[in-house]
Design a binder for this molecule. Sequence first.
Ligand SMILES: [Ca+2]
Ligand SMILES: [Ca+2]
Ligand SMILES: [Ca+2]
Ligand SMILES: [Ca+2]
Ligand SMILES: [Zn+2]
Length: 486
Amino acid sequence: MAKRVIAVVTAGLATVSMGLSFTSAAGAAPESSAANPSGLKLIKTKTSLLGKHFWYQQTYKGLPVINGYYARHVTKGGGVQIADGRDAVPASLDVTAKVPSATATKSANAAVAARAARARIAGPEKDVTPVPTATDGAAQLAVVGGPNARLVWNVTSRSAQGVTRSLVDAKTGSLMESKVISDHADGRGIVFDPNPVVSERNEKLTDQDDADTDELFPAHKSVVLRNLAGNGKLEGTYVNIVAAKGGVAESPNNRFLYYRDDDRFEQVMAYYQVNQTQEYIHSLGFTEVNNESQDFEINTYAGDNSFYDPSTDTITMGEGGVDDGEDAEVIWHEYGHAIHDDVVPGYGESLQAGAIGEGFGDYWAVTMSVPVSRNFDLPCVMDWDATSYTSTEPHCLRRTDTGKTTDDIVNQVHDDGEIWSHALWDIHKALGRNKANKVILEGTFFYAPDTSFADAARVTVQAARLLYGKAAAAKVTEAFQARKIL
Ligand SMILES: [Ca+2]
Ligand SMILES: [Ca+2]
Ligand SMILES: [Ca+2]
Ligand SMILES: [Ca+2]
Ligand SMILES: [Zn+2]
């Protein structure tokens, strides 16, 4: 989807969108709010290698405008790029709700429950009980802009399908939208570092119902857990295990020594593998790529799924089939979603942005596996998790070398993500691991929440040119051209 180009009439101020442009406005005073349209609330400031990124929420009479964003990217040389994703709101729009908050919550939860019930009949996961738990307090007034501008109640509900955002018309009570906003990975996990299939180079290994079998025993690897808070829990600079089946692991002397048949093993996996990825990201020079203690819930979901929930900034690892937390590539995939949500507020507001999210997660799993895989089928994603649900070898949930191009788009984020992940994998091979990841992460800072394949590719090429020059940019361009993205 192309970025919205709009004329904004909020608060009587007419401003024409500049879109995302690379023309420099040299000498501009970037941080000055005088340069910004009115009705913007600064929600986040990010620093990348090439500059600073100021993110604003569009507001109308103090209420947030759903999906209305505005970003100002200021490069170190003083150049300014504006990404204007505001929606028009007529100055006459009344912001007094006629429908009570509780009524809106009730109708939103009814829609979520109905959909969860349909999915339960169709789906294989009999062990899941969908219970929406949104309360009256979860409904918040907001404004939807555009041609059908109106006042809405924004209701957040939870069910076995994840977290749903519902928009209820605050004048008529009709349900406008009910959308799952949490990201699901259709993954299962196996593993250790990164997982037993890869470390033991053996496609024949199987889960055996979480047993610590003789075949799997050698895959257990002894590691140092760095950056722990030291409170006897798996809590640290980059990871916090906030909930887990059987309780969070505790050890007064910080010795968390469990094998795979102990449910605490997956807690240690999440801690170790996310800490590894953050130490790597910092080694590349980035100090603000999800630079926080990421919350995890481990084995708390019975289905064979894991997901990142942007409304609570939490990753949940499921325990269906191979426990997802046994495959580092499932953990890294989900962490990819957390990276996007942190770097680009509101990320994923279009089908292609969603596909880029899935493709990046798969790519991130693969690039993180490279140092510990001794070249064992690197493009195979979630080799161990996939042994639960694939019969052919090698076992892979997805791959980063399918050869798909934009001719193969099917409008399914995981399938289409393979187009994007293949491009990133080609960049990895062309530039080498560290340069590629600097280029890819830097480019992400310039994404719009509703970016397209082509727009995201362009800012990635731009990052390559500014960081490493024309020859590198040409290689990145080639990788996107091979996928028919550029
Ligand atoms: Ca699993
Ligand atoms: Ca296990
Ligand atoms: Ca299991
Ligand atoms: Ca792999
Ligand atoms: Zn995903």
